[in-house]
Every structure is written in structure tokens, then in C-alpha cells.
Design a protein around this ligand. Structure first.
Ligand code: SAH
Length: 344
């Protein structure tokens, strides 16, 4: 197995090699994989961990993804939307705390037209020219992406969710098309965004072959950022009684992604921290190099409930930055104040 892992690192591998590693049940091999991923990350980024201030701007969503707690049909979700003033004051608070990237994330909320988002980008950048703006607002169409880029957005996160079209169809309603998701990703790349793809691990109907295909997609698409977290069931969704993704499988996906994309910016996700108390430290030790503390106003945080029991007020929150710094240092890394751009 170690030979196969070495081969993946060298770039000379096939889909079957990924399947072999993902289905392997030997803990020693997993440790080998994680430490190899860590050494690749250290070669590129040293001990640096980049922080991104996550601002969850709205949980209104016109989409109906079967896994997501803020899907349109979840009548149990109490909806909120931040005002422009609220978003700008999150940015003020974040800048003081040392954040040099803000991620505006939300459901697909028609209130946030191009005009509204462009004005937000211009205001944040006008006040803080040294920050990077990352958007994570779903599918908007090429013209919209182009306007957002021109207004000064630097990065866009849009997880592909699964690289297998049939599997995609089982996670989404018919009106959501795999093709549209993929086209959006290629459009974003062409328009000059640093692009983030990604997937959930352990989502319903997912096979080990699907996960291997996600990794093959990373190799082909070469995203600058990759978000990988375990699927966690969310109440009041069609998947509420499904089981969650495992820590081991998620860490393996993070580590394999690091071997395949040595320069990628890979967050150790909130979902990883939700399924295990030291999940995020383990993610860092398996090749991740980014954390995304929550900067959203506290009173709305629990409403951005894409899955159950989402953590948000401890070290994963922006106020908890001091605790996070200590945790990261204990794991052997260091939080830096920087935009944390992709290094070729
Ligand atoms: N509307 C935006 C942002 C979605 S939320 C978009 O479409 O990109 C960000 C990510 O959370 C999603 O891409 C999805 O991968 C993840 N997510 C949603 N529901 C989840 C769940 N139940 N468990 C784990 N991750 C989930």
C-alpha cells in the first residue's frame, strides 16, 4: 500500500490506486498517508495556516438540495438575511482581528443581486485594499460572475459536490443540473477567479468509486482551493435519517487531495470539527492549511444550519481566535495574518 501512496504523490497513478487507498483498512497505512501529505504541505507552505473570516450573509435559498438544512422546502428553518451595514461591520471586526480574507457565503437568495454584491465588494475593498474577497453564493451564471470579478472579487467557492453525474442526480432535485455546476466552475476559472471545488464525504448513495472520481476531477480541473467535509444529516431534509461521513474517510480525502494538488489551499472544515472534537487539528495534520472561523453576527449563527449541531461559538468562531491559535500551535502550525493566496 505504501508504494501505491508514493505513486500517487509522484503523480503517476490511476483511479484504481485511489480506490485501493480509500478502501484500505490498515491504520498504519493511513498514518503514512497523512504524514506524507503533511510533508508535501510543509514543502509548499511551511507551518503557515491561513484564516478566512466567514460571513454567512443569508439562509434564504431558492434551491432544494436534498442534503442541505437551508433548502427551500425546509419550512422549519427560520430565515434571516444580513443588511449591508451588518456585513460591513463583520468585515470591520474581522479586519481588527487580523483577517485578510472575507468569505461571503449564503443560500441562493434573490435579494443579493449583482448590484447589491458588487456594492458590498467595492465598499469592503475601498476600505481595506489589502484583503481578498471570496464569494460562495452558488450558481449565478457567467455574466454575473463576470460582474462580480470586475467589481473586485478574487475567489469563488463552489463545491462540485460529486463528480459523478448519476450520483449528483441523487443528491439534487431534477432542476439542478450537474452540467450547470461544472460549467459554472469552468466559467469561474476562465474569468480569472481562484476557484474552490469540493465535495462531501459519506453523502447518501456515495461509493468509493465516486470518491476516486472526485479526486480524478481535482487532478483534471486543478482548483486552487478544495473544500472537503463529512456529510452530516440535517433535520427536516429528505436525508435526515442517513448516517454521517466518517472522520477516517474525510481525512483520507484531504490527504489524497494534498498529494494530488501540492499547492492547493485546503480548509480543515467546520464539518470536520463538528463530527470530532479534534477533527480540525487532525485535518491540519493530514494536509489541510486553512481554517475558516465564523464572523457572522452571533444571533444569526445558529440559523445558518446547513447540518445539525454545527459548531460556531468556540475556537471555530472569530472571537475564539485566541483559542484557535493555541490549538493550531499545539498541532505544530502557526496562524498567519495574510491574504493567503494560491502559490503556483
Ligand atoms: N449556496 C452555496 C453555499 C452552500 S453551503 C453553494 O451552492 O455553493 C456550502 C457547502 O456546505 C455546500 O457546498 C455543501 O457541500 C455543504 N453542505 C450542505 N449541506 C451539508 C450537510 N448536510 N452536511 C455537510 N455539508 C453540507
Amino acid at each position: 500500500m505504501k508504494k501505491i501512496i508514493d505513486r500517487i504523490k509522484s503523480g503517476d497513478f490511476e483511479r484504481d490506486d485511489l480506490i485501493a487507498v480509500l478502501s484500505n483498512k490498515n491504520a498504519d497505512d493511513d498514518s503514512y498517508l497523512f504524514s506524507l501529505a503533511d510533508s508535501v504541505r510543509r514543502e509548499k507552505y511551511g507551518r503557515d495556516v491561513y484564516i478566512r473570516g466567514l460571513i454567512e450573509i443569508s439562509n434564504y435559498c431558492k434551491n432544494n438540495c436534498l442534503y442541505c438544512g437551508i433548502r427551500r422546502d425546509n419550512r422549519g428553518a427560520e430565515r434571516y438575511r444580513l443588511s449591508e451595514e451588518e456585513i460591513l461591520s463583520c468585515a470591520d471586526e474581522g479586519y481588527l482581528l487580523g483577517f485578510r480574507t472575507f468569505v461571503l457565503q449564503g443560500g441562493e437568495d434573490n435579494h443579493f443581486t449583482d448590484d447589491v454584491i458588487c456594492s458590498l465588494i467595492e465598499k469592503i475593498k475601498g476600505k481595506y485594499p489589502d484583503v481578498a474577497i471570496t464569494l460562495s453564493l452558488g450558481e449565478r451564471g457567467r455574466e454575473s460572475f463576470e460582474r462580480l470579478k470586475k467589481a473586485g472579487a478574487d475567489r469563488y467557492l463552489l463545491r462540485h459536490e460529486t463528480a459523478d453525474e448519476t450520483h449528483y442526480g441523487k443528491l439534487h432535485p431534477v432542476e439542478m443540473k450537474y452540467e450547470t455546476r461544472m460549467k459554472s466552475l469552468y466559467d469561474l476559472k476562465e474569468l480569472g477567479f481562484q476557484v474552490g471545488a469540493g465535495c462531501m464525504v459519506g453523502s447518501p448513495f456515495q461509493t468509493v468509486e465516486n470518491l476516486a472520481d472526485d479526486l480524478m476531477f481535482f487532478k483534471k480541473f486543478q482548483p486552487q482551493m478544495v473544500g472537503i467535509g463529512p456529510f452530516i444529516p440535517s433535520s427536516n431534509t429528505p436525508f435526515e435519517n442517513e448516517s454521517q461521513g466518517t472522520l477516517r474517510d474525510t481525512l483520507c480525502m484531504v490527504a489524497l487531495t494534498r498529494l494530488i494538488l501540492p499547492s492547493a489551499l485546503i480548509p480543515s472544515t467546520t464539518a470536520l470539527g463538528t463530527i470530532s472534537p479534534d477533527g480540525r487539528e487532525m485535518g491540519l495534520k493530514a494536509g489541510a492549511n486553512v481554517v475558516m472561523p465564523n464572523l457572522s453576527p452571533k444571533k444569526f449563527r445558529k440559523l445558518y444550519s446547513i447540518y445539525d449541531n454545527k459548531i460556531g461559538t468556540g475556537s471555530e468562531s472569530a472571537e475564539g481566535l485566541k483559542i484557535l491559535k493555541e490549538q493550531v500551535e499545539r498541532a505544530g502550525y502557526e496562524i498567519v495574518v495574510a491574504r493567503g493566496d494560491f502559490k503556483e
